[in-house]
Design a protein around this ligand. Structure first.
Ligand code: COI
Length: 355
């Protein structure tokens, strides 16, 4: 991995570390001492800068603010049992970010900058990472258009940044989810597979409406027939039916989740039958009624493996938790945790060591 860009580091004189609770961090509220910035100007990526975490200045005419030419990623860093700082599958995030960039007409961040940026930033802020169970340092790379131009065309200039923050569980309790059949998250030919802000903004209203009905999250269905399960928006969705792991295939409308891929890999490795295929709401409800649906869970970087205990569909709530155990999802979570913490061998080559 060769890299032409240099990294210039300015350290903070006012670390927030001492006043931060690293044992019970709240997701998305606290940020570590430094951030990385790399600008794309005059058609090229410039040198990287690591600077104290702070607000950034942008023009009120900034094109991202008006037309949402923006993408992001999410990954996690851990302190393993050998006191090493490790990151889970960062190269896969770098690849996915390039795909998102291409869809949003942005220059892709080279993997060398992505990886060097994460590595140098985490070296500097490694004291923010503890090995307390359930905690990690969430790493949020993002890229925004920077032209001060109120007109519709791709920006010329961009800024790539990485911020990090200590996090615990994204979902602190089992979830009650509603299968959404009115609103649409993504359509074939759209941006559903890209990690771009607009996908999340458009999902807010349906999610708030579901929350008013007592649900924590939505499960999206396809935009055409609303008959097939897609994803939840914060995570991919998996079902265990008669001992088979079933999940919707990735494509235009479903994010290619890295945790999703990891669990499929682990399940296959453990000899489990895995089906990536369209799964209908009819099949889900039928398998609940027939008692074949053993587990439903969400999988994502932030969510890790999230237990779903209730599914709402067409005004009926189907309770899953009291009849079914969490045998499979807890086993997957456990295996992932052991790989990340260095308890078992990283036989899939997922761990990137920082120091
Ligand atoms: C992640 O899982 O890292 C995400 O980006 C999802 C986000 C809604 C927190």
């Amino acid at each position: 991995m060769s890299i032409d860009q240099k990294v210039f580091i300015t350290k903070t004189n006012h670390s927030k570390l001492e006043n931060t609770d690293l044992i019970n961090p709240i997701f998305g509220k606290v940020y570590a001492d430094h951030m990385l910035r790399c600008d794309f100007t005059k058609g090229a990526w410039q040198d990287m800068k690591i600077i104290p975490y702070n607000d950034i200045s942008i023009s009120p005419a900034n094109t991202t603010l008006h037309y949402a030419q923006t993408i992001f990623e999410g990954l996690k860093a851990y302190r393993n049992i050998h006191e090493e700082i490790v990151v889970f599958r960062p190269q896969d995030n770098a690849k996915r970010m390039k795909l998102s960039a291409s869809r949003m007409c942005m220059p892709g961040i080279p993997e060398s900058i992505f990886m060097t940026g994460i590595t140098e930033l985490l070296k500097l802020d490694q004291e923010w990472i503890t090995n307390h169970p359930g905690t990690s340092l969430y790493v949020r790379p993002f890229q925004i258009a920077m032209d001060p131009y109120v007109g519709i065309r791709p920006s010329d200039d961009y800024t790539f940044m990485i911020i990090t923050g200590p996090v615990g569980a994204y979902y602190s309790k089992p979830l009650k989810v509603k299968i959404e059949t009115n609103y649409t998250r993504a359509v074939v030919g759209g941006t559903g597979f890209a990690k771009t802000g607009g996908n999340y903004a458009a999902a807010l209203k349906p999610a708030i409406e579901a929350q008013k009905e007592g649900y924590d999250q939505l499960i999206w269905t396809d935009g055409l027939s609303h008959k097939y399960i897609e994803e939840s928006g914060t995570m991919n969705i998996m079902f265990i039916i008669d001992g088979t792991l079933i999940t919707s295939p990735i494509g235009d409308t479903i994010l290619s989740g890295i945790t999703r891929d990891s669990i499929i890999t682990i399940a296959k490795d453990q000899g489990m039958k895995v089906e990536e295929r369209p799964i209908s709401t009819f099949e889900i409800i039928q398998s609940i009624e027939q008692g074949n649906l053993q587990e439903v869970f969400g999988v994502g970087t932030a969510a890790t493996v999230a237990h779903i205990k209730t599914i709402g569909y067409n005004g009926i709530d189907y309770e899953l938790s009291d009849v079914k155990s969490r045998k499979y999802s807890l086993e997957f979570l456990n295996t992932l945790d052991k790989i990340k913490s260095g308890i078992v061998e990283d036989k899939f080559g997922w761990i990137h060591k920082i120091n």
